[in-house]
Design a protein around this ligand. Structure first.
Ligand code: BG6
Length: 292
């Protein structure tokens, strides 16, 4: 069906009430709601749903480059390309009845920027319990025998009630690259992460499970990932927020990006090879997670 500004979107639904929305522009998940119809992802009220701007919020796909870690435009170009519905995807098992398969292939213009041929298949699925699952399968289809190398992220914007009440568990004591300090490497000290200023860090070789605890909502997001060793944590805070035209001045209080990513060690594919990167998001009541 049609979304904002007439852009095509696909709506996934699950009998108990959970839903998700995916824009073909960007292959971009813009909504994930639980059984009670509560929105779990943050999308800015100022988001611009108009190419070539990437949608501010939801789950942008960063490919073939994460951030400024390379010579391409920030976060690569997959997030502002028009994807197609993949009507005949290679078989891939799922326990979900509600899913959509999208595909992105390079245009001639893309090949001038990044001279590689690929098929990027993205499956977005809603599990029976309302879990959101994204699977990316990227295949090198270069005919010239050349390998290619890329970095990647599911740039997920979680909706939180109050950033100063949020904790992230699973990243303590890990090494990270700090984008606010020339990508220098540091080691996280102490306990779960809490937030009181701008943060833009790439945690390296992280566990496959990360939890985001929202005390006020009594909700914990559980992020599970596969094939994506790193995790980016980003919140622009007040000053940076004011410099972003598509982000409200106070919206930083209500969002946190925790991004399953492959940045430090780029992925190389030879012709015919395929890489798979999976993200699974679910929620549990906080009391369950913290054992109270
Ligand atoms: C994060 C990066 O993933 O995305 C930040 O680590 C960046 O450095 C942020 O500012 C937002 O990027 P963009 O291109 O969507 O404004």
């Amino acid at each position: 069906c049609k979304g904002i500004n007439g852009l095509d979107k696909v709506v996934l639904g699950e009998p108990r009430g959970a839903s998700a929305e995916v824009y073909l522009y960007g292959g971009h998940v813009t909504s994930w709601k639980n059984d009670h119809g509560e929105e779990l992802l943050f999308v800015s009220s100022k988001a611009i749903f108009k190419p070539p701007k990437a949608i501010r919020g939801g789950i942008p796909i960063c490919f073939p480059q994460f951030g400024s870690h390379g010579s391409l435009e920030q976060h690569g170009f997959a997030r502002n390309r028009f994807w197609s519905i993949d009507t005949d995807p290679p078989p891939f098992p799922t326990n979900s009845k509600s899913f959509i398969d999208l595909i992105l292939k390079p245009s001639e213009e893309d090949m001038q920027k990044w001279p590689h041929s690929y098929e990027f298949r993205l499956r977005v699925a809603l599990g029976p319990g309302g879990d959101l699952m994204l699977t990316s399968r990227i295949r090198n289809t270069n005919a010239d025998g050349k390998p290619f190398t890329f970095t990647f992220a599911y740039h997920t914007y979680f909706s939180v009630s109050d950033i100063s009440e949020v904790r992230v568990e699973g990243l303590e004591t890990l090494d990270y690259l700090d984008n606010l300090q020339n990508k220098e490497r540091f080691t996280e000290q102490g306990d779960a992460l809490t937030f009181e200023s701008e943060v833009d860090k790439i945690y390296l070789s992280t566990p496959t499970k990360i939890a985001i605890l929202d005390h006020e909502k009594k909700r914990t997001f559980v992020l599970r990932k596969d094939g994506l060793p790193d995790a980016v944590v980003w919140n622009p805070w007040d000053k940076k927020a004011k410099t972003m035209a598509d982000f409200g001045d106070d919206e930083y209080k209500h969002m946190l990006c925790v991004e399953a990513a492959a940045v430090e060690k780029p992925i190389t594919l030879k012709p015919g090879e395929e890489w798979k990167g999976r993200l699974e998001l679910s929620t549990v009541p906080s009391s369950y997670c913290s054992g109270q």
